[in-house]
Design a protein around this ligand. Structure first.
Ligand code: 1CP
Length: 355
């Protein structure tokens, strides 16, 4: 096994001392980068880019060539699982994801098969091992998946949604159908993430982008319990080689104690929570990741630097913080501003560490 040259990101999640706060950005490979747009055009459509290990590796590496980031993230999408279940994922130009087949009732759910990560999802494992080889131990590789609830929203709604009316109706009128779907998804995610670990992922993120649209009781029942089951089912190992797992529920600031109780290593914070408050509430149990509003990247480098300082001050001294945006970087951001953000974190954060 190659020794990692930069373990800052893993050490912060495992609460080991670090010399400065590690940083990566959600959606760091993406449309704000002209080199991404060029590779994407070369691949044709988005899924062809995900299914080509060499090109997926290329776009994973692009932000690392520009910026001193402390982690790489697998280039793929959360919707690979529903696609592998046979729903026929496609992207209309300029629109979000769509599915050819929708899930409407318990019979549709019963017909779904848990995908084999070494067959239908082998292209993802090929991307993981290709990226690991190309990284040459420079920084760790983050693998990921969507949470069962978040994946189910796309499957039942047939794509993105604002109201979540179909899936909420299913939860209230046919809860057994929704629970069957969520438990098949939880099993699929466990196998998928364990296969990513076997292929070389050194840390894992679970994106629960839509957990925040639920009431507290429904969040527990339809999202959190399934994420807890996943955390339990992962082969994360121990000690220095432990694969830390971070759970991110967008809009989940009011449930940090519950999330921290799942046994995860890190909790992702969006920008609607105060990081000092979050540390007081759960910082004794888990590491925190976040939590700058991605829209700050539209402001000047000076204003961005100021905001970085506020968040570093908010978390305070010591390990246990991974700097990140509170959600993904948007296509309109100037790459220069992303650079100013990362530079500010690398320059300002050593004052908070004694290593
Ligand atoms: O046109 C394009 O090039 C497609 C844009 C795009 C990209 C760059 C999509 C479609 N997916 C991705 C890559 C991606 N998606 C990554 C790897 C890139 C990186 O981080 O460097 C990751 C981690 C994701 C995860 C993802 N996909 C999430 C969870 C995180 C989040 O942002 O909340 C979600 C909800 C998706 C669904 C999805 N895929 C693509 C889009 C535009 C969307 C969002 C649709 C919606 O708003 O409902």
């Amino acid at each position: 096994m190659t020794q990692l040259k930069n373990r800052r990101y893993l050490d912060a999640l495992l609460k080991q001392p670090v010399d400065r706060t590690p940083i990566w950005m959600m959606r760091q490979a993406g449309r704000y980068l002209p080199e991404y747009r060029a590779t994407r055009a070369q691949a044709g459509d988005f899924m062809s880019l995900c299914k080509n290990a060499e090109l997926a590796c290329e776009v994973t590496m692009q932000p690392l060539r520009r910026y001193p980031l402390d982690a790489a993230i697998l280039f793929s999408d959360i919707l690979t699982i529903p696609d592998a279940m046979g729903l026929g994922l496609y992207f209309e130009t300029g629109e979000g994801p769509r599915f050819k087949k929708e899930i409407n009732n318990v019979a549709d759910v019963a017909a779904l098969k848990v995908p084999d990560p070494d067959k239908e999802l082998k292209y993802v494992m090929d991307a993981v091992s290709t990226i690991r080889r190309e990284l040459k131990g420079e920084v760790p590789l983050i693998g990921f998946s969507g949470s069962p609830w978040t994946l189910a929203t796309y499957m039942v709604e047939g794509g993105s949604s604002k109201t979540f009316s179909k899936i909420k109706r299913m939860g209230y009128e046919e809860p057994e159908a929704l629970h069957l779907l969520l438990s098949k998804l939880a099993d699929s995610v466990i196998e998928y993430l364990n296969a990513q670990i076997a292929a070389g992922a050194q840390s894992l993120m679970i994106f629960d982008t839509w957990g925040g649209v639920l009431s507290p009781r429904d969040y527990r029942e339809f999202s959190l319990d399934y994420m807890a089951k996943i955390v339990d089912g992962l082969n994360t190992g121990s000690g220095e080689h432990k694969v830390p797992v971070t759970l991110f529920t967008k809009g989940g600031g009011q449930w940090l104690e519950w999330i921290a109780d799942t046994g995860c290593d890190g909790v992702g914070l969006d920008w609607t929570v105060d990081i000092a408050d979050a540390r007081r509430r759960v910082g004794h149990k888990v590491a925190l990741q976040g939590n700058m509003d991605p829209s700050i990247l539209y402001a000047s480098p000076e204003r961005i630097r100021q905001e970085v300082q506020v968040i570093l001050d908010g978390y305070g001294e010591g390990t246990g913080h991974v700097f990140n945006l509170g959600h993904g970087i948007t296509p309109e951001v100037d790459p220069e501003n992303a650079g100013a953000f990362i530079k500010a974190v690398t320059e300002l954060s050593s004052a908070y560490h004694t290593k």
